[in-house]
Design a protein around this ligand. Structure first.
Ligand code: NAP
Length: 562
């Protein structure tokens, strides 16, 4: 039941965003009897999967754990069709979830949040919507996605281009006719890499403007058989639990040997076998230390450069496609579905814009050095203002009138477990900054279930406000930093301008925005917070602050077993 006063509707919780996170939050908060409203600016359910419609869009995670495990009905009734489901199939899955769990009646689409203000006197949030109306709620939850605010590059003349220009995350929903078109693709991250083979299959010509090459993990996406679905259903909880106990949230084998303790033949055998297995299996199943040892990461890099030389016919193109300025895992590795092979096509051309940058865009095309590349269409697969972009794009105003944006600009990223920020009572984030880099369904589902229990605890124990203590924030900041420095992702990521360090957005503060100590260690920390009665969320409670790392978390936190 909604209460309406002259000043707007009142809920227990308002959730911003109707993707995976928003749906999980709505379901779990409803379960404890909360009146919840989810709002989303988009016209449909799906979040990132509503927005991203570019050709070739699909998951980089296998279907096995790219779904919720909490609903028996959903997992029994939903059939995945291929190993890496396409964007449309995931959107259909999320719509199915919304229908099956009767979520739609509490979701308001086409509704943008303009600002949210916490009022200390009434201890509630006021959420102002784009039509000027207001919502009130005790709890405010952001489910805005970690990669949802696109970055448009600052290239002189970009707005003068005569043809259409599309960002990967703003691809027209009705589709785009590519037949006979000369297409320019700027950006070779996960989005551009998925897109290239499909653009090339339809367009007359594709010019790929590459700045930093990636280590692409090629794979295939065979159909999922009925037997495979039955096998998954028979052990669904076990598969999801395995993903929860994995550093990167995937239900994969955890290797036991270092890349440095085996001889060259054995290392090659393992690399070949996991390359054949495809995608993230190479990153996760080869050896314990591709993420933690510079030498092991360098060996994997050399193997992957060899694969590029094997697949790409033209040696000069192969060389340009081979990363040399950073080693494997310096960027989040993308999954390819014929990416390298696409460069063997007559109609695909690679232009290196690292040594000779793009100087400007003209009405006719893109100028690199003195060469103008004539184009009919420009595609910007140029990424996102990751982790914080969606949260700082509008004003979330906490105690003392300070916005989240101002707080992080002033103090740097500060959160407790990526969930709560000091100065913002009863505000919680799903996939906030400083949560694990992971297959996201794991932290999404586990995060919603954790928040359900935290709010239930607060209500049962008359705790009016949950809000990170300063001590808990400082501890988590140090923990995020310590875990990051124990991986190659910190140093190599800085060299590569990785989004998880803010390096892809000009002027953004360079700091580690994800937790790299392992998703399983993160889950342990969340469990510990619960056992300690949420001490890290109760300033002034007299409870000991949760700022001492769990003794058993340390060994894995410094050496992710990936
Ligand atoms: P991204 O990884 O940040 O890649 C952006 C690309 O644009 C980079 O190649 C970058 O080059 C290039 N770029 C930016 N500005 C440029 C300029 N002025 N000139 C030339 N090149 C420029 O973005 P993304 O591909 O959208 O992927 C972001 C993340 O989203 C992924 O890492 C992944 O986590 C997620 N994602 C997931 C999936 C999936 O699971 N299916 C699919 C897509 C994306 P530099 O590297 O030199 O900066």
């Amino acid at each position: 039941m909604t209460t309406t006063t002259g000043d707007g509707e009142t809920y227990d919780a308002v959730v911003i965003g109707a993707g995976y996170s928003g749906l999980a939050m709505l379901h779990h908060l409803r379960e404890i009897g909360l009146r919840v409203l989810v709002v989303d600016a988009a016209a449909g359910i799906g979040g990132t999967w509503w927005a991203n419609r570019y050709p070739g869009v699909r998951t980089d995670s296998e279907y096995l754990a790219y779904a919720f495990s909490f609903s028996r009905e959903v997992r029994e009734e939903w059939d995945w069709s291929e190993r890496y489901p396409r964007g449309g199939e995931i959107r259909a899955y999320l719509e199915f979830v919304a229908d099956r769990l009767d979520l739609r009646r509490d979701i308001r689409l086409g509704t943008r949040v303009e600002r949210a203000d916490h009022d200390g006197a009434t201890n509630r949030w006021t959420v102002t919507l784009d039509d000027g109306s207001r919502l009130h709620a005790t709890y405010l939850v952001s489910a805005t996605g970690l990669l949802s605010r696109p970055v448009i590059p600052r290239i002189p003349g970009l707005e003068t281009f005569a043809g259409p220009t599309y960002h990967s995350a703003r691809w027209p929903h009705e589709g785009v006719s590519l037949a006979g078109k000369r297409v320019g693709l700027v950006g070779v991250g996960a989005s551009g890499i998925q897109m290239l083979p499909e653009l090339a299959a339809e367009a007359a010509h594709v010019t790929v403007f590459q700045r930093t090459p990636n280590y692409v993990l090629e794979t295939t996406s065979p159909p999922v058989t009925q037997d495979e679905l039955a096998a998954l259903r028979a052990r669904y909880d076990e598969v999801f639990e395995r993903a929860c106990r994995h550093p990167f949230g995937v239900p994969m084998e955890i290797p036991t040997r270092s890349a440095l303790e085996v001889d060259d033949d054995e290392r090659l055998r393992v690399f070949e076998s996991r390359w054949e297995a495809g995608g993230f299996r190479f990153a996760n199943e080869c050896f314990t230390d591709l993420v933690s040892s510079p030498e092991a990461s360098a060996l994997a890099s050399e193997f992957l450069r060899g694969k590029i030389r094997e697949i790409v016919d033209d040696p000069r193109t192969a060389e340009l496609l081979s990363p040399t300025t950073y080693t494997f895992m310096g960027k989040r590795p993308p999954t390819g579905h014929g990416y390298y092979a696409a460069f063997n096509r007559e109609n695909v051309e690679l232009v290196d814009v690292l040594r000779t940058p793009i100087t400007r865009v003209t009405p006719r095309g893109v100028v690199v050095g003195d060469d103008e590349h004539e184009l009919d269409m420009l595609v910007l697969a140029t990424g996102f203002d990751a982790m914080t972009g969606a949260l700082t794009a509008f004003d979330i105003v906490g105690r003392d009138g300070v916005t989240l944006r101002e707080r992080w600009e002033r103090d740097g990223l500060r959160t407790y477990l990526g969930i709560s920020v000091h100065g913002f009572p009863n505000f919680f984030m799903s996939l906030g900054p400083q949560t694990p880099l992971s297959n996201l369904t794991v932290p999404v589902q586990r995060g919603a279930q954790w928040l359900q229990r935290a709010i239930a605890y607060a209500r049962e124990n008359d705790v009016a406000q949950l809000e990170a203590t300063r001590e808990a924030e400082e501890w988590w900041r140090a923990e995020v930093d310590r875990a990051a420095r124990a991986t190659v992702m910190y140093e190599e990521g800085r060299k590569a301008g990785a989004w998880f360090l803010g390096g892809n957005v000009p002027g953004k503060r360079q700091e580690m925005a994800v937790y790299l100590g392992g998703g399983h260690v993160y889950q342990d920390e969340c469990a510990r917070a619960e056992v300690e009665h949420y001490a890290g969320l109760r300033p002034g409670s007299g409870l000991p602050s949760a700022h001492v790392p769990a003794a058993d978390a340390a060994p894995e936190a410094v050496r992710p077993a990936v």
